[in-house]
Design a binder for this molecule. Structure first.
Ligand code: SF4
Length: 301
């Protein structure tokens, strides 16, 4: 059995690779690997793809940088916005070539982080339909927050939230397959040829319940991850790829500071990394001790 995983292109006014990787999606890749499936993986937003070799990547600090883009005609809803609307990511012909060489596919999985990035999902679904009639599953932030909309764009299965046990349940119920759940899932970084950084979570969810926030829809419970599991994840990945930067994707990174402290100390024993907090941190948890720890541990941004 073969599963094709796709991180689609981004349709937006601006996009920048600020440690952007489909972290949760990589756990689903591992789920299929552990079930013995063959994996094909295509990330339109991979700036380490050989397509960029002869491009001016305008690499910025800490592994970040610009994406290749094409300017598009603005959709009617955006016509009053005085900005250029773009499609960011690898061109479609690279994807077509990839599909032609992929062989028979049994299931297609597509992720989409932001709700308004769905045009990228539509592009991918339409292109896949010309190559295969394999069922298409979409997951990530877009279908989680816009379920009714996501039902109408041509996918066969819509997965909401971040609970992988639930994913296994609906996958088995809606296909003829019989996936098994595994407790020891990890992000399958090996789908990338090269990495300039990795991202990691020390926790899922948030202990707070701000009414305007969607964190609880993805992860209803606040849960700390096993520290050794996180360290193993980093140490295995750095053995294979050369990178110096790690970005934390936690929603509430400083809420369990002792946990973070222990994790960072153990990771730093592997190698001295630059750490980054692109998902924001709660400033009220920053006191003198926390500030000194972050500075001394090499938190850069
Ligand atoms: S992640 Fe931030 S916004 Fe969301 S519930 Fe927690 S504190 Fe509130």
């Amino acid at each position: 059995m073969k599963a094709l995983f796709i991180n689609p292109p981004v349709y937006d006014f601006s996009a920048f690779d600020l440690w952007s990787k489909p972290y949760g999606f990589l756990f689903i890749v591992d789920l299929f690997c552990k079930n013995g499936w063959e994996i094909s993986f295509f990330d339109f937003m991979d700036r380490n793809h050989k397509f960029y070799d002869d491009k001016d990547k305008r690499e910025k600090k800490y592994g970040c940088g610009n994406y290749y883009y094409k300017v598009l005609e603005k959709p009617a809803i955006y016509k009053e916005i005085p900005r250029r609307y773009k499609r960011f990511g690898l061109p479609q012909d690279i994807f077509f070539e990839f599909l032609e060489n992929t062989g028979k596919i049994d299931v297609i999985l597509i992720t989409c982080a932001m709700t308004y990035w769905y045009p990228g999902v539509i592009e991918v679904i339409e292109n896949c339909r010309n190559f295969t009639d394999a069922p298409v599953i979409i997951g990530g932030g877009y279908p989680t927050f816009c379920y009714e909309h996501a039902k109408k764009i041509g996918a066969d299965i819509i997965f909401q939230g971040g609970d992988i046990r639930y994913f296994v349940e609906i996958f088995n119920a809606q296909t003829k397959h019989n996936l098994m759940y595994f407790d020891n899932l990890e992000p399958c970084w090996s789908v990338y040829e090269k990495l300039s950084y990795i991202v990691v979570r020390t926790s899922y969810g948030c202990p707070f319940s701000c009414y305007y926030c969607g964190a609880k829809k993805m992860h209803p419970e606040y849960r700390l991850r096993d520290q050794d599991e996180i360290v193993r994840e980093v140490s295995r990945t750095v053995e294979k790829y050369r990178f110096d930067d790690i970005a934390f994707y936690d929603d509430a990174l400083l809420c369990s500071f002792t946990h973070l402290q222990k994790v960072v100390k153990k990771i730093t024993e592997i190698k001295k990394f630059n750490f980054h907090t692109p998902n924001g941190i709660h400033p009220r948890f920053i006191n003198k001790d926390v500030a000194f720890f972050l500075k001394e541990s090499n938190f850069k941004t």
